[in-house]
Design a protein around this ligand. Structure first.
Ligand SMILES: Nc1ncnc2c1ncn2[C@@H]1O[C@H](COP(=O)(O)OP(=O)(O)O)[C@@H](O)[C@H]1O
Ligand SMILES: [Mg+2]
Length: 605
């Protein structure tokens, strides 16, 4: 709306109404007076006529008495009339005088009000312009002129385009044109004005064209400074575009989820990740529709739990895109209470497909490396393994010979023969077991996590190492906790961990000559649902300076070492959700320990 102030800015004044009304008043009084004067004049003439008649006719006056009486009557009537007229004139004079005073007061009040409005117009912190149909400035308030760095006289008479940037002038002309073709209607627009010093000022202009008394069209414009708002808007727009760019680069979209109303709002990047067209709102159904069918139930569970408990959540699931491709996403959300006390989740969803793929590749490479290391370790254990196989085979041969002898007797001793055959079978199974285990460790099976018992794993590995321990003069003490819970793990991988740690222990005790070489393997079920496996030796112990590098790939202090054993152990243990650590013993030697989480029923979900 155009400010009412604008309406009063037409300062040039026409001949004052007070002057006009005084002239009219004088005119009226004058005509009254001339009426009176003519009455008096006609009375005097009537009297003169009567006197002349008397003087000329003398005594024969009696015949004219009637005429004389009429004259006197006329005279009296004129006198009365004159009196009435004088009274009326006085009243009128008084009335006119009263009206004049009232008019004078009104004029003074108007002047005062005009002066006040002018004061307001001049000092109101709004810029006002009055331009003619050609865009020439007819008037501008001093505040407005000052805001643009000018004094009023520098702008008056100039084209209004002077205070606009070259590139915006067309818009100004068009806008003024619209006002001129829609007289009396207010139009508004936002535009930059240019100050005398060249700096910019954002304004919102409200304008309307009005027709002046002389039929000239003028445009009245009130301009509100919106520079701050524009700057804030620009800053906001810029920060929004930075944010959108950052989201795009980091493949992270944001979302808001109002639980009570099921209202979900996504950022542009979230729409991109989910492969949907941008829309003002999203439904939970739409989200679920995109989730990979194998992950849908699990993701739905997390969402249901969050809407029930109103607690922060984060989960990972796959999306099955319309073209059949699969995306991995990680969503994390923080619960906040909004103004109406309802729960709202604010979160981020990241497309982690690339890192997942890289992780998979790394995992594959690690598995291959672990396989090579395993084969290498088994190669080093060849003598030991051969011994483990050889031993039962020798026993088989010996028992077979004995069996023959029992059978070749005159009276074959079938009882003894049966018992030796049973031993043969047992030894055969033993040799078969060893070969089976070696074959399993050499094979390249994919990651297969099953429920298993750590003590079993340790026993299986030790079977392969008996000879190795013996040949290195190491005595083994097993302190395996009975009733140990199970873990979820890959049998071969965990065997590899135990194998590496035991071999390292044996090697660390190699230089020990002055004390018995003893290796202790202990298992414990810790309170925090963890199963601990400890391998303690009394070897050379850990050098402090190497503490940080033990798990680095290719770090070795051995002349023929590969330096991969501990690095592989660590990645296997961590991929099982556990931790591998090493510490020096109070006495000689070192203890390597790893933990594995106890198997819980819902682990397999
Ligand atoms: N039980 C142990 N006692 C002392 N040092 C050890 C023990 N186990 C490992 N280390 C140190 O950690 C290094 C890395 O071990 P590992 O990764 O198995 O590679 P490698 O056995 O091929 O050297 C070893 O060279 C050794 O210095
Ligand atoms: Mg090693």
């Amino acid at each position: 709306m155009l400010s009412p102030l604008v309406v009063v800015i037409v300062w040039p004044r026409s001949a004052g109404p007070d002057v006009k009304s005084a002239a009219m008043r004088k005119q009226t009084l004058k005509s009254w007076r001339s009426t009176e004067h003519s009455l008096i004049g006609s009375m005097v003439l009537a009297l003169l006529a009567a006197a002349c008649t008397w003087f000329v006719l003398g005594p024969v006056i009696a015949g004219y008495l009637v005429a004389i009486v009429l004259l006197i009557g006329l005279l009296l009537a004129s006198l009365i009339m004159m009196r009435v007229l004088t009274g009326a004139r006085r009243q009128m004079e008084a009335a006119i005088e009263g009206r004049a005073t009232a008019e004078q007061r009104a004029i003074e009040a108007l002047r005062e009000s005009e002066a006040q409005w002018k004061e307001v117009f001049e000092h109101n912190p709004v810029m006002y312009f009055m331009v003619d149909a050609n865009g020439v400035v007819l008037s501008v308030n001093s505040f407005g002129a000052a805001q643009l760095g000018y004094v009023v006289d520098e702008l008056r008479g100039q084209s209004v385009l002077k205070v606009f940037f070259e590139e915006d002038r067309d818009l100004v002309l068009k806008s003024v044109d619209v006002c001129l073709t829609n007289i009396g209607q207010t139009h508004s627009w936002e535009i930059r004005k240019v100050r005398k010093d060249g700096s910019a000022l954002w304004v919102r202009e409200n304008a309307k064209a009005v027709r002046q008394l002389d039929n000239r069209l003028i445009v009245l414009i009130a301009c509100e400074d919106i520079t701050e708002r524009k700057e804030a808007e620009n800053a906001l727009r810029q920060s929004e575009s930075y944010l959108a760019e950052a989201q795009r680069l980091s493949h992270t979209g944001s979302f808001g989820w109002r639980v009570a109303t099921s209202e979900i709002v996504w950022s542009e990047e979230t729409f991109r990740i989910f492969g949907y067209d941008k829309a003002p709102s999203v439904t939970l159904d739409k989200v679920a529709q995109r989730i990979h069918p194998d992950d849908r139930a699990r993701a739905q569970q997390t969402i249901d739990r969050a809407s029930r408990d109103g607690k922060d959540f984060n989960h990972e699931y796959r999306l099955l895109m319309p073209n059949g491709s699969v995306k991995y996403v990680h969503a994390t959300a923080h619960a906040v209470i909004d103004a109406s006390g309802d729960i709202e989740f604010v979160g981020a969803v990241t497309d982690v497909t690339a890192s997942k793929r890289a992780e998979e590749k790394l995992h594959e490479a690690q598995a291959e490396l672990a396989h090579v290391a395993r084969v290498t370790a088994l190669g080093e254990l060849a003598a030991s393994i051969a011994h483990e196989v050889n031993q039962p085979l020798t026993a088989v041969v010996a028992n077979a010979a004995a069996c023959l002898r029992w059978l070749n007797r005159e009276t074959p001793n079938l009882e003894e023969a049966r018992s030796t055959v049973e031993s043969i079978i047992k030894d055969g199974d033993r040799a078969g077991d060893v070969i089976q285990r070696v074959r399993a460790m050499v094979s390249t099976t994919a990651d297969q996590k099953v429920q298993l018992h750590v003590n079993e794993i340790i026993n299986e590995v030790i079977t392969l190492l008996q000879h190795e321990l013996f040949s290195h003069g190491v005595s083994l003490r097993m302190e395996l906790a009975p009733d140990l819970g199970s873990v979820l793990g890959d049998r071969i991988q965990l065997q590899q961990v135990v194998l590496n740690l035991v071999i390292n222990g044996i090697e660390a005790m190699q230089p020990v000559m002055d004390r018995p070489r003893e290796l202790v393997i202990r298992t414990v079920q810790a309170k925090d649902d963890q199963i601990l496996v400890m391998v303690r030796d009394c070897g050379i112990g850990l050098a402090v300076e190497n503490a940080d590098r033990l798990y680095d790939a290719f770090f070795t202090t051995k002349s023929g070492g590969m330096g991969m054993g501990l690095s592989i152990c660590r990645s296997i243990v961590e991929s099982h959700g556990g931790r591998l650590s090493a510490s020096g013993n109070v006495g000689p030697g070192a203890t390597f320990q790893f933990s594995l989480p106890l198997y819980q029923e819902d682990d397999s979900l």
